[in-house]
Design a protein around this ligand. Sequence first.
Ligand code: MN
Ligand code: MN
Length: 297
Amino acid sequence: MADKIQEIEEIITKYVQAGEILSTVREEAKDKIKVGASLLNVAEFVEQKTIELGGMPAFPCNISRNEEAAHATPSAGDETIFGKDVVKLDLGVHVDGYIADSAISVDLTGNNQDLVKASEEALYAAIDIVKSGVDTAKLGAVIEDTINGYDLKPIVNLTGHGLAQYMTHTPPSIPNRHIGQGTILNQGDIIAIEPFATDGVGKIADGSWAQIYHMISDRPVRMPAARKLLKELEQYKTLPFAKRWLTSDKLDLSLMQLERSGVITSYPVLQEVSGGLVSQAEHTIIVTDDGCEITTQ
Ligand code: MN
Ligand code: MN
């Protein structure tokens, strides 16, 4: 029993450490998001600083702009710069696989402050009512109502989620809209709450490009180059990785082989279907008896 308690405490400590590293990196990265700045520089800063501070990226730094809701990250040698965009910066840090996941939005357009505020306020409205025993449906309701209060819509087919060791998405899902019945939260649950607000219709679909992948099976492959790549991917376990992180040769061919054999799958960029601008705010929290602890504050 004492051993078990100590083990749980050690795990919690790692979640908290990951969150502290993430917060430091996020605040420094935020200042680098400016019109004319390079997306790749920001992503590389985030990932390198994470390692410098003793963590590891839990997934590639996501920099999604305007109608992109999530899963965009620069490619190798990417020369894209920020314009007058609505920018979502979504970061993941892990310590021994225990993950912190948090996102902010930065308005470079100069006239979408309400869009940014809507998702932030919705996030804090949900955090305010979280505690052991609360139904996730209540979080969805308060998120949707808060965003509607700005005459905006939540993205209804994106949700928050649970976290587990080396797993970026586990049950329960945390809805961003009114639903009939959700899941009852328990003390010790580690969850990420992430409202998305939009001035579009409030729905996303897969876009046509992807730079992020993750492993879904360890079945053997025959092509030598693909086998070499598989070896390189072992370090990421079940966590997402970016194409620009990989050094194997014949990379495009190998990635295609692994994807076709069902070893890896891609995360296409998610786009708002009506081309609406999208904002996002996210924190990772630990549910307690009387509220929660925000690890990524
Ligand atoms: Mn995230
Ligand atoms: Mn998340």
